[in-house]
Design a protein. Structure first.
Lengths: 280, 569
């Protein structure tokens, strides 16, 4: 066969072989990745999509540093059970400013794409400090050091500058005030909060996230980040949860205790409310 | 070993170490207060540690010209040992964190000891430390034997091997310090990535230079795979790691891509790291050590060609199957499914080619654990590529994705295919290269085989159960149309499987420790004997007089192309 005869000649030339490998292997990537940058429909446009505040960005860095993404996804798939469990499915625009994205690949713990606002700050702080204090069966590691480590805010302007270089619309004012904005967000004070709100929007959370108003800890940053997840844009909540949803083979549980199961789900998947009241 | 370097090679080594030390010092000073400074110190110490043997050999004479008539095997020897050491470390960390998933409080209240920081130490430790060193060492061996020529020079192999291990060290210690860019299997930060680029380009150049000196007209199929591994990994690494550092004196950087484009780039990388690091490179190993050990030529030359180009072309399209039902456009997901299913053809082509090669040598599979390692590796290669294509189909993926089934699938490939083919290759390579009749203890090879196999089966069965259970629980509805299980219910259901998985990993780790012991003892025996028999043994495996232990090898001995051609015509 001429194909094999041709190859018989090709394999005598190392450079020819190398060029062949490069050519053949690059087709797939070029065909699949390059269009994602040029086709406009790939990412919805949302003028109201806001950027991370410096404190949230620092929290995101801690989320990456501690490897949270290895056990938690941030991507609600277009499947009925996921939308019912977590909330509206994720849109591409929501991770538009995520360098890199943290969609994740494993759910040892639940998806976090819609976790913002689901639990109180106090719940998040206690839970990160020792998950088993709130959820005895949890297997999540305890992150106690977040509460005792002050947040390094000095290099935040550099972080915002780097983000701007890769295309995130931070303006000069945001960059110049990055460190003080981070401080302001975790230290409730009407004056500095007004500046922060002017720069990042009225909806920006300004609270002592970890319950310690005098010091900005890594816990502040982490909780501030978790509380904004799924809240950078309202678009997913406005998109009609359409019939387009893929229905998985639904497994019906036909035992008598289904009523009890519903109650259990309600308690366990939204313990936030209950605990919030306890903490407050 | 340093004395075998020529005077000019030793001078080059001096300058390179001096440069590395200077870079290390510069980083240590410039990055004060940033965890990156630790890596400056690490580089400085690494350079100093290597400068010591160089200094000791400062008065050694120029090595004799006859060296050019022999193969250059010193870096291979070091690479084998490094690979096994990294393997034991990486697997031990894996077993440890596996048990952390069942007993989360069994750890210190310290950031470095937490699951999230240890996990990449496990993945990088086994993929890059164990797998990478094994690939570098065996590629140096295969490229010399199949071309019947010596490595192009003596300095570059050391640069590649030790530079790569410096990268592994920087990566692993970085994770403990919290330095990561969070891209799975590409976690090291920008400066470690740059170091790897330098090492990798040198590796490519060395490989091509060595191929150019071959005495065989044809390049043997194992080398195609090694070449694809080196080339494509370079492309993947550079593109996926494009990033803007916050500052040149700090570790943190921001990826050039975001959101959906980043996800696609990451899984294009992630899936093809599997394809070209964990598949192509190890197929190179399979195509040399299996036929050589079995004493049979490769079954089909044409199947080799079809499989090789099939894998090279199709794999690159398959990455999007990691992103089913996500915000990635549907058309990319569909392409991912199509190509993932097609991939089964070249994958099974390779597996079948390997198994059919064993026809006429099955009695050896029964009696020699070494060959049995390779046979079972080929079987697991076939099984996990089938499983991979199956899991890439959308409805299957909707159940399996995000569960431990995926983890089980990865380990079916990593333990069953990658690790077993590596151990099999090492068990044949170690006696050849240290010029021994056999391993120190063939019995321990046998023990290792059964430990490894029982470990894999325990691991896979527990995670298949875990994954399918969890996937089904997530989507179970009650009669009244509400979700039946809270997320926590599914976590509680995982516990017995996590314990069983840890036990499986422990069995496999025990086998790896035995392998390291067996190899070290073989080396020790060779050293003791070498000392008593003086220099007579010195003559390494030169093309004219190959060592007796590798008597008339079918491929390394006979021209590789000819062996294949017999089948082709």
């Amino acid at each position: 066969m001429p194909l094999f005869r041709g190859h018989y000649r090709l394999e005598k030339h190392s450079i020819g072989l190398a060029l062949g490998i490069i050519a053949v292997s690059s087709i797939g990537g070029i065909m699949e990745i390059a269009p994602l940058f040029t086709i406009d429909e790939t990412v919805q446009s949302d003028p109201d999509m806001r950027v991370y505040t410096p404190l949230e960005l620092a929290g995101r860095h801690i989320y990456m540093r501690e490897g949270c993404y290895a056990c938690h996804s941030q991507m609600v798939r277009t499947l009925r059970d996921e939308v019912e469990r977590y909330g509206p499915y994720s849109l591409a625009v929501e991770s538009q400013y995520d360098h890199p994205m943290l969609w994740g690949s494993k759910r040892t713990g639940p998806d976090l794409a819609r976790v913002g606002g689901k639990y109180s700050d106090a719940w998040q702080t206690l839970h990160l400090y020792n998950p088993r204090d709130l959820v005895p069966e949890s297997i999540m590691p305890a992150y106690r050091w977040l509460l005792r480590t002050p947040l390094d805010m000095s290099d935040l302007p550099g972080h915002l500058t780097a983000m701007r270089r890769v295309g995130v619309p931070y303006d000069d004012e945001m960059i110049a005030n990055a460190a003080s904005d981070a401080h302001a967000q975790a230290t409730p004070d009407p004056e500095s909060a007004a500046e922060l709100h002017a720069r990042y929007g009225e909806a920006t959370n300004v609270r002592a996230f970890d319950g310690l108003p005098d010091v900005v800890t890594e816990m502040d940053a982490m909780v501030a980040y978790l509380q904004i997840l799924g809240r950078l844009t309202e678009l997913p909540y406005e998109t009609p949860v359409a019939e387009e949803l893929e229905e998985p083979e639904v497994v019906e549980r036909s035992d008598a205790e289904s009523g009890a199961a519903v109650r259990r789900v309600a308690e366990r998947d939204a313990p936030g409310q209950a605990t919030t009241e306890l903490v407050r | 070993m340093v004395a075998t370097l020529t005077l000019s090679e030793r001078r080059t080594a001096q300058w390179v170490l001096l440069a590395l030390g200077a870079v290390g010092l510069l980083i240590a000073l410039a990055a004060r207060g940033d965890p990156m400074a630790f890596h400056g110190v690490l580089m400085l110490l690494f350079a100093a540690a290597l400068a010591w043997p160089l200094f000791q050999a400062r008065n050694a004479p120029e090595p004799p010209e006859e060296r050019l008539e022999r193969y250059y095997d010193d870096p291979i020897k070091v690479g084998i040992v490094l690979s096994l050491v990294w393997g034991v470390i990486g697997m031990a960390v894996g077993v440890w964190i596996a048990f952390l998933m069942a007993y989360p409080d069994m750890t210190l209240d310290a950031a470095w000891a937490s699951f999230g920081r240890l996990r990449p130490v496990h993945t990088s430790g086994v993929i890059f430390g164990f797998g990478g060193n094994a690939l570098i060492a065996t590629s140096f061996h295969v490229v010399q034997r199949t071309g019947r020529n010596r490595l192009a020079d003596q300095f570059t192999p050391w640069f590649v091997l030790l530079g790569f291990n410096l990268f592994c060290l920087v990566a692993a210690t970085g994770y403990l310090l919290g330095i990561t860019q969070s891209k799975e299997y590409a976690e090291p930060e920008w400066y470690a990535d740059l170091l790897l680029v330098v090492v990798w380009v040198t590796y490519l150049v060395l490989y091509l230079r060595t191929l150019a000196r071959r005495r065989e007209p044809h390049i043997y199929v194992a080398n195609w795979y090694y070449l694809a591994f080196i080339l494509v990994v370079a492309v993947l690494h550079v593109i996926n790691n494009l990033a803007v550092p916050v500052s040149l004196s700090g570790a943190k950087s921001y990826s050039a891509f975001s959101g959906v484009q980043d996800a696609m780039t990451q899984w294009w990388y992630g899936h093809n790291a599997v394809a070209f690091f964990l598949t192509a490179g190890f197929l190179g190993m399979l195509y040399y050590y299996l036929p050589k050990c079995a004493g049979r030529p490769i079954y089909s030359y044409r199947m080799s060609i079809i499989s090789f180009w099939g894998i090279t072309f199709l794999y690159m399209w398959a990455g999007s199957h990691h992103l089913h039902y996500t915000a990635l456009p549907q058309w990319v997901q569909s392409l991912g499914v199509g190509f993932s299913v097609m991939l089964l053809v070249p994958s099974w082509g390779s597996a079948a080619n390997a198994l059919l090669t064993l026809n006429g040598a099955w009695h050896k599979v029964r009696t020699q654990a070494t060959l049995r390692f390779m046979m079972v590796a080929a079987v697991f290669y076939g099984l996990s590529t089938f499983e991979g294509s199956f899991m890439a189909i959308r409805p299957v993926n909707s159940l399996s994705h995000y569960t431990d089934w995926t983890v089980g699938h990865v380990h079916s490939g990593a333990l069953g295919w990658v690790a077993l083919i590596t151990f099999g290759s090492f068990y044949s390579l170690v006696p050849w290269i240290w010029k021994r009749e056999r391993m120190y203890s063939p019995r321990l090879v046998e023990v290792h085989f059964w430990l490894a196999l029982s470990g894999i089966v325990t691991y896979l069965v527990s995670l298949w159960n875990a994954g399918i259970t969890q996937g089904v629980m997530w989507r179970t509805y009650t009669d009244s149309g509400t979700l039946a299980y809270s997320f926590l219910d599914t976590v509680i259901a995982m516990e017995p499987y996590y314990v069983a998985r840890g036990v499986g990993g422990l069995l496999f780790l025990t086998g790896a420790c035995i392998a390291l012991y067996n190899v070290l003892m073989t080396i020790r025996e060779a050293k003791l004997e070498g000392a008593s028999e003086a220099d007579a043994e010195e003559s390494s495996a030169a093309p004219p007089d190959r060592p007796a232990s590798a008597s008339t090898p079918p491929i390394g001995g006979a021209p590789a192309g000819a062996a294949l051609r017999a089948r082709a015509d």
